[in-house]
Design a protein around this ligand. Structure first.
Ligand code: NAG
Ligand code: NAG
Ligand code: NAG
Ligand code: NAG
Length: 435
């Protein structure tokens, strides 16, 4: 049976452009959450109508300093034709390909595929074209409106740019998108559809209308307007909603023998198990017992052939909502029992919730934790499980890595991603043994 390893990573997050910057900032406990009042279009007067005042935004600046400047990644003429999420997708893919040192030109490109998804689509293009049509009529609608809008365009553009003719796939399972893309890419390779898959998720919907929608749904945090770094506080007693974020995560998945044949000696890890299922419960809320999360994790661990006790770290989906964090915690407790050795952290405390990109970015963090032994922290943890309806007993079982990263050698780690619509997904990553 073929084995699937991760040979390259590309990241764009609120903690920086590039894996190196993001990881350094994450491990040193930095936060990428800012006030909407610092956004360049704040003067439009739309952001300040929304009760939520914080977002996780990719910093603007030069690549050298971890910032984002599209012209360092794409030609101006190309950039103009692409929505921001597709720009992020192409830039993170370039980083991941370079990181994996893969020479695509030497490969059979019909065996190299792309699975890059998106949660929402290009919110800014949808909004601008709606307004233009309403106020100016037909001629004001941009000719590139539809290609910019569509969810699968990052995947399409990546495939065209590199001439990749293997599976071309684009998952859209809301906030589980990025992790489902990795799990599906893993299955494509395992089933012989491809030797190499470029997998992940992207999202760039920091728009006042998007934030307004999430605020109306009561999903995002409306407190902490004077303390943005404290706004995302998964598992904490005063958690009160997620922080809307943006970014992109791309992983190069590769069949192990294929990677060995081209002389790869550095692997971030191996994908060993994938679990996914539906809650069949409610469109936005989980079941209190975390049944869906439990089954997804159980399936991923079972398929990896491991015992739950062998998992050393869980990168939780925990978005900082009252009910979601509690349900996931219940599910983790049910699967792993009382295990004070198990580290459970939510990196959303540092970057917010990247929606369709979240699972891919967090999978990259999980792999870096395996590779380096640095376990990223859960920031802002003062009162673990201290919400009035939390079961304090369940919240006392694990090491939530409060505030500061720790160093601990682990062999297997699990990453969770759940999404609106009731999707629950989970992937197990392991250190590569017996190469
Ligand atoms: C490509 O990877 C090398 C290391 O293998 C690194 O030094 C270089 O900065 C990377 N280039 C880009 C554009 O990411
Ligand atoms: C990417 O897609 C846009 C349409 O959104 C197209 O105009 C452009 O030529 C494509 N670029 C590449 C490199 O595939
Ligand atoms: C984490 O930091 C906060 C201050 O932001 C502090 O109040 C809290 O006690 C710390 N938590 C732990 C477990 O050290
Ligand atoms: C399973 O998916 C649902 C989607 O509605 C999500 O809200 C929930 O958080 C997930 N389950 C758990 C227990 O977290």
């Amino acid at each position: 049976m073929s084995r699937v390893v991760v040979t390259g990573i590309g990241l764009i997050t609120p903690l920086g452009t590039g894996l190196k910057h993001t990881w350094k900032n994450l491990i040193s406990g930095k936060s990428g959450i800012v006030l909407t009042s610092v956004l360049p279009d704040f003067e439009s007067g739309k952001w300040n109508q929304v009760p939520s005042k914080v977002v996780g935004r990719v910093p603007i600046g030069s690549k050298e300093t971890g910032g984002w400047n599209v012209l360092e990644h794409l030609e101006a003429s190309e950039a103009r034709r692409l929505a921001l999420f597709a720009q992020y997708g192409l830039a993170a893919t370039a980083e991941a390909i370079n990181d994996s040192k893969i020479d695509l030109e030497s490969l059979d490109k019909s065996m190299v595929g792309v699975a890059v998804g998106l949660g929402i689509g290009s919110f800014p293009d949808a909004y601008d074209n709606s307004v233009a049509f309403e106020t100016g009529g037909y001629k004001k609608v941009q000719p590139l409106f539809i290609p910019k809008l569509l969810n699968n365009m990052a995947a399409g553009n990546i495939s065209i740019k590199y001439g990749l003719k293997g599976p071309l796939h684009s998952v859209s399972t809301a906030c589980a998108t990025g992790l489902n893309a990795i799990g599906d890419g893993f299955n494509f390779i395992k089933n012989g559809y491809a030797d190499v898959m470029i997998c992940g998720g992207s999202e760039a919907s920091l728009h006042p209308l998007a934030l307004a929608g999430f605020a109306r749904a009561r999903s995002v945090v409306t407190d902490f307007a004077d303390e943005p770094h404290a706004a995302s506080r998964p598992f904490d007693g005063s958690r009160s909603g997620f922080v809307l974020g943006e970014g992109c995560g791309i992983l190069i998945l590769e069949e192990l023998e294929h990677a060995k044949r081209r002389g790869v000696s550095h692997f971030y890890g191996e994908v060993t198990g994938y679990g996914l299922c539906g809650d069949a419960h409610h469109i936005t809320a989980p079941e209190a017992s975390g049944e869906g999360a439990f089954r997804a994790m159980e399936m991923a661990v079972k398929r990896s052939g491991l015992d739950p006790s062998e998992i050393g770290y869980v990168n939780a989906h925990a978005t900082s909502t009252v009910i979601g964090d509690r349900a996931e915690n219940e599910a983790i407790r049910r699967l792993f029992g009382a295990n004070s050795e198990l580290c459970v952290s939510s990196t959303k405390s540092s970057i917010g919730h990247l929606l369709g990109a979240a699972g891919a970015v967090e999978a990259a963090f999980t792999l870096k934790a395996l590779e380096t032994g640095d376990i990223p922290p859960t920031l802002n943890l003062k009162n673990i499980g201290g919400h009035k309806d939390d079961n304090v007993e369940s919240f006392s079982k694990f090491n939530y890595v409060p505030n500061k990263s720790i160093h601990k050698n682990i062999n297997h780690a699990l990453c969770n991603s759940f999404g609106f619509g009731g999707v629950n997904s989970s992937v197990v990553f392991s250190k590569v043994k017996e190469v």
